[in-house]
Design a protein. Structure first.
Length: 346
């Protein structure tokens, strides 16, 4: 598998990142371990998780189980050095620390907890799961709301967090840092403040991105390219809509939609119509829609690393089978034309 540079770091990671958010609920520990080994065999050396995982359901009782599964695999195999490991600290309103926002204190608690659960001495990429000031990334009308936001307080918060993260990098507990569910303004502020303080820069931004969700394509894409901030694209298959499994109103047993009817607010009157346009393009060119969707992410004119999550080994093997696909210009042109007819269906 092709490798790419992570931000401006010296880390070379696989073009795909293995997601893990179902491990501990929908996916058992044994299945999670099998996925790690299959991914490594395929050249995928990058794993993303979070202290809040697993999801479906996402609650205080389950929080941390996914990291424990990863830690148990490290302990069992001794193969920690083969993996670039990323995790995240939960933000304001989380159920882990009774809604506490991200502070110097919760950063330290989060890092220590993750290190213990994952049975490792260092986290390669530590990400802020969502900003304290809120995020419009969670389908809140895709709109910015300045209510109760204070620029001076935000800057002071960023200075505190970057100083704390810097200390933890110097202590050898973190290697690099990133953000998630962030905006262009927020990311640029993190970068500017880090430069001013001599602190670590945000090397990555983990936001939703797919053929059906292209909010990143404008200001954030320009930032990503010029500042060399890698996009870790979550839900690159639009929570399954781009696989075709939900077409015709189908809800396969065990699927994310069978557990969460709105799939996190992504259900809409237009989503299947939009998905069908891309399914038709794949069929026209004799491509698997999963492979086409992921290859498109990898061929964007800015740095994109799709996070590929699978509930089952069968799904992961299907994803891996298309890891080397490169789309021709005719396919890319059809996708560009389609986006103009069915933009942002949710």
């Amino acid at each position: 598998m092709k490798t790419v540079r992570l931000g401006r770091t010296d880390l070379m990671v696989s073009q795909y990142c293995l997601g893990s958010m179902t491990w501990g609920t929908q996916t058992s520990q044994d299945e999670g371990h099998a996925q790690i080994e299959a991914a490594l065999d395929a050249g995928i050396n990058f794993i993303d998780t979070a202290e809040a995982y697993p999801v479906n359901p996402m609650n205080k009782e389950n929080a941390g189980k996914t990291e424990e599964i990863i830690g148990n695999w490290f302990a069992k195999t001794g193969r920690r050095d083969e993996v670039i490991l990323a995790t995240k600290v939960a933000g304001k309103g989380n159920y882990i620390r009774d809604g506490e926002e991200i502070t110097a204190k919760t950063i330290r608690e989060g890092v220590e907890g993750s290190l213990k659960r994952m049975k490792t001495d260092m986290i390669d990429l530590y990400q802020l799961h969502w900003p304290n000031r809120g995020s419009y990334m969670f389908r809140k009308n895709w709109a910015y709301d300045p209510t109760d936001q204070d620029r001076a307080a935000t800057v002071a918060h960023m200075e505190e967090i970057l100083s704390t993260l810097h200390d933890m990098v110097k202590e050898g507990k973190l290697r690099h840092i990133g953000t998630s569910n962030e905006s262009a303004w927020g990311t640029m502020m993190w970068l500017q403040i880090a430069e001013r303080l001599g602190a670590p820069r945000m090397e990555t931004i983990q936001n939703e991105y797919s053929l059906l969700c292209r909010l990143f394509d404008t200001d954030l894409a320009e930032l990503s390219h010029n500042e060399e901030v890698s996009l870790l694209a979550f839900s690159p298959l639009a929570v399954g809509f781009l696989t075709g499994k939900y077409q015709g109103g189908a809800v396969p047993e065990g699927s994310r939609k069978s557990i969460n009817k709105t799939v996190g607010g992504r259900e809409s009157p237009r989503v299947r119509e939009a998905a069908q346009v891309y399914l038709d393009i794949a069929a026209k060119h004799g491509l698997d829609p999963v492979h086409m969707s992921l290859a498109w992410c990898c061929q964007r004119p800015f740095r994109v690393i799709p996070i590929v999550g699978a509930t089952t080994m069968e799904q992961l093997n299907h994803i891996i089978a298309g890891k080397d696909l490169v789309l021709g210009q005719e396919v890319l042109d059809d996708i560009t034309a389609a986006h103009k007819t069915v933009p942002m269906p949710y």
